[in-house]
Design a protein around this ligand. Structure first.
Ligand SMILES: NC(=O)c1ccc[n+]([C@@H]2O[C@H](COP(=O)([O-])OP(=O)(O)OC[C@H]3O[C@@H](n4cnc5c(N)ncnc54)[C@H](O)[C@@H]3O)[C@@H](O)[C@H]2O)c1
Ligand SMILES: [Zn+2]
Ligand SMILES: [Zn+2]
Length: 374
């Protein structure tokens, strides 16, 4: 099967990306899916900061790599026997669950051990690559590689969903919504009536903000270093906006929340934002981060204060979600008007504009951009 892919050959910080074009749109050959694998026609794919972090080297991966990890598609063909039939709409999940490791057994498929090994190697869960350019294998990005017309994935990277809403909206559920909503609801276990600060208002942060509202947050303080995000956040239901660049940003958040928020959630991926989250968490509260900063970033933590104030600092991967449960649930909330994640989609583009999209994301000129295929 022939497909176009968006291939990354080398890490670069040379901007603008619209000119340096780190992603090459190439014709590739996909193998026939093996038993337990699925050929998917990609319908729509979201552009996430984690894609940018592979391009700029914040999250190093072996190359060449076919990029993209947030998408929905339609089943075209299956290898061997499968519960999925051609025509089935599927959401693609960037951490497959093997179903039999210790973490999967514990109900934490987001931490699946074989999935981590496969992702590190750029392979599918059963090993190896199914993508070739000029007969040379190309690595898969998190088992998905969805900036493509078609992809071969493991069945365990897919969640069957209904095809009753626009795929360009459904695309954001596989990463931004699972990660954002899950981080406040599942990881931080937000309770009704609690106050929340959302620091970093990209697709993941805004999804978290909507999730916090749906879960009954009493007060939502939206925070970003880009003042252009203020109008966006307020229109999507924030109670207040604080500019993270203000020297007294922490004092503003503490004052608005009368001493600090119950949950300070960070989605910016830079240390000043994480420090702000820690500094604005109230006594007894939770600081949660789902951002993936540069792997070398470190932050000193006042452990005595952590203990005496009984606070928690939590990391959240895939929002601590069980994707096969949570994607359909979050889609239902969207359909009921309680999770209007379509509001964070700022651009719909063709695959040929993927480098322009990466530049817009790096420049802070977009929230979620969707590559609409076909
Ligand atoms: N844990 C996971 O499973 C997971 C999944 C997806 C994405 N991520 C990570 O989540 C983060 C957010 O992704 P995204 O796609 O929403 O990114 P994005 O680039 O769209 O948004 C980041 C936002 O942070 C803001 N920001 C930058 N510096 C700031 C500061 N000092 N204070 C406050 N705000 C600041 C930016 O202006 C921007 O609005 C990234 O680090 C990404 O890699 C993690
Ligand atoms: Zn992502
Ligand atoms: Zn597992």
């Amino acid at each position: 099967m022939k497909t176009r892919i968006a291939q990354l050959n080398q890490v670069t910080q040379s901007r603008p990306y619209s000119a340096s074009k780190p992603l090459q749109i190439l014709d590739a050959e996909l193998d026939t899916p093996k038993a337990g694998e699925v050929l998917v026609k990609i319908l729509a794919a979201g552009v996430c900061h984690s894609d940018l972090s592979v391009i700029n080297g914040d999250r190093p991966r072996d190359l060449p790599l076919a990029l993209g990890h947030e998408a929905v598609g339609e089943v075209v063909d299956v290898g061997g026997q499968s519960d999925l039939k051609p025509g089935q709409r599927v959401a693609m999940v960037f951490v497959p669950s093997c179903g039999c490791c210790e973490y999967c057994d514990e109900g934490r498929p987001n931490l699946c051990e074989p999935a981590l090994s496969a992702a590190s190697a750029g392979e599918l869960l059963n090993g190896g690559s199914r993508i070739k350019v000029n007969r040379q294998p190309v690595r898969h990005h998190l088992g998905i590689s969805c900036f493509s017309d078609y992809a071969v994935c493991d069945r365990r990277s897919l969640v069957a969903i209904d095809s009753d809403i626009d795929p360009s909206i459904q695309a954001v559920f596989g990463c931004a919504v699972l990660t954002g909503c899950g981080s406040v609801i599942h990881t931080a276990k937000l309770e009704v009536g609690e106050s929340v600060a959302i620091i970093g208002l990209g697709g993941v942060g805004l999804a978290a903000m909507l999730g916090a509202r749906a879960a009954g947050a009493k007060q939502i303080i939206a925070v970003d270093a880009n003042p252009d995000k203020a109008a966006f956040a307020m229109a999507m239901g924030a109670d207040h906006f604080v500019d993270a660049r203000d020297p007294d940003a922490a004092a503003q958040i503490r004052s608005l929340s009368r001493g600090g928020v119950h949950v300070a959630a960070e989605f910016a991926g830079v240390m000043p934002a994480m420090q702000l989250a820690i500094d604005t968490t109230r006594r007894g509260g939770r600081t949660v981060t789902a951002a993936l900063p540069n792997a070398n970033d470190r932050l000193p933590v006042d452990i005595a204060a952590l203990v005496a104030q009984e606070r928690s600092i939590l990391g959240s991967y895939v929002g601590s979600c069980v994707p096969s449960r949570d994607i359909p649930n979050f889609i239902e909330l969207f359909k009921g008007g309680r999770l209007p994640v379509d509001q964070m989609i700022t651009h719909r583009i063709g695959l040929e504009d993927i480098n322009v999209a990466m530049e817009r994301l790096a420049a802070g000129e977009a929230v979620r951009q969707i590559v609409v295929m076909g």
